[in-house]
Write a protein that binds this ligand. Sequence first.
Ligand code: NAP
Ligand code: MG
Length: 462
Amino acid sequence: MKAHDGMYIDGAWRPAAGGDVIEVVNPADEQVIGRVPAGTAADVDTAVRAARAALPGWAATPPAERAARLAALRDVLAARKDEIAETVTAELGSPLNFSQAVHAGVPIAVAGSYAELAATYAFEEKVGNSTVYHEPIGVVGAITPWNYPLHQIVAKAAPALAAGCTVVLKPAEDTPLVAQLFAEAVHEAGVPAGVFNLVTGRGPVAGQALAEHPDVDLVSFTGSTAVGRQIAMVAGAAVKKVALELGGKSANVILPSADLAKAVNVGVANVMSNSGQTCSAWTRMLVHRDQYDEAVELAAAAAAKYGERIGPVVSAKQQERVLGYIEKGVAEGARLVAGGTEAPREQGCFVSPTVFADVTPEMTIAQEEIFGPVLSILRYEDEADALRIANGTVYGLAGAVWAGEEAEAVAFARRMDTGQVDINGGRFNPLAPFGGYKQSGVGRELGAHGLTEYLQTKSLQF
Ligand code: NAP
Ligand code: MG
């Protein structure tokens, strides 16, 4: 795989300050596929200075011109779709068709949506005797994870650029190659030097330096709740804004009137796609006691079918973590009905699509984010019980409700403490605000709501 041995700062690839490198590994065969520099606080500082210097010019660039750059960026990403998919498949391990449709397809759509929003958003409004200007918040420090590596970059960089902010990105150390490809795309799209900067590196070094940097105005982070909490504390002490997209333990609530087979099959597919490494995955399936045994049978059969198609998880470390949760599920008394700890292949970081039945709400596998292809099926007595179980975690990122009538599903969804609910298998909408209730985060990404995160208001009175 192509890899740059420098940082993209101020419009060019520049040597890193130190000599440390990150080896990028393909989890399907555990071979090293590239090396990128592991940035330090010095690289972060150079990048933040470049972003600061570029801010006045970019903030003053008319929205229509910012929109034109974003449209060009979308076009470059679309032209390089195959390369994006191959890169994500190599460093994350997801099957190529999924990389094409989702890992490449979604970021193209999101970049396009911000090209349009930049052109049409009302950056100025009248309120009584005031004119209110929606101005860029400033220099953005973006820290992203590996599970949807390009999507999570674009979900921050595109609205930031649309708003008139400048950006320093620290991508996940497991997936830096698609981040470098994105920096190339930004360059090709004619975005001025310093507006977007990339520092590859490790979280506790480069990531922390970026979160702590006094000249960063907003830290936008996606990843684990543990790291998000640390970042929020650092940012709070410096009185800077933070946006956090954290974990989830979402519920797939199947009401008795639902099409059970459809709800179970879509539910299993939702958990197994991207090898279970989706923060909004519906990892808890809630089924009425009268339909429980049938649902378990359907889910086990559906999971077994995924056996040959599933990709590896991102790394050996993640594989170990997921297997540890499967062991814990067995130890706490859940009943394994598909998969388990046995490796489905001799080579690579694979985990068998796994389904647990007889899971009770207090079990570890029903409370903690596993981030692997593991589904827990829980039994509920009545609707009140289902709601209590659905809301009974520290998280609140997503969920699903299935019912015979949409209105019944909507009434249930309105009582869920969560930011997103798919009704009877509703499709992902890249314009709908995405983000969490409770410990799943602070702030929203995507669409117009995602744009406002990067803006602050100034009111002039007349
Ligand atoms: P993570 O440690 O939270 O990593 C997310 C990003 O933060 C990465 O770029 C990471 O760098 C960086 N980071 C780590 N420590 C940091 C620090 N002290 N200061 C600033 N930045 C820091 O998540 P992970 O290690 O990739 O995955 C661990 C678990 O988090 C997963 O198993 C999963 O449960 C959860 N997770 C959730 C999401 C989500 O979308 N909600 C995404 C990914 C992971 P490095 O890459 O160098 O560590
Ligand atoms: Mg980490």
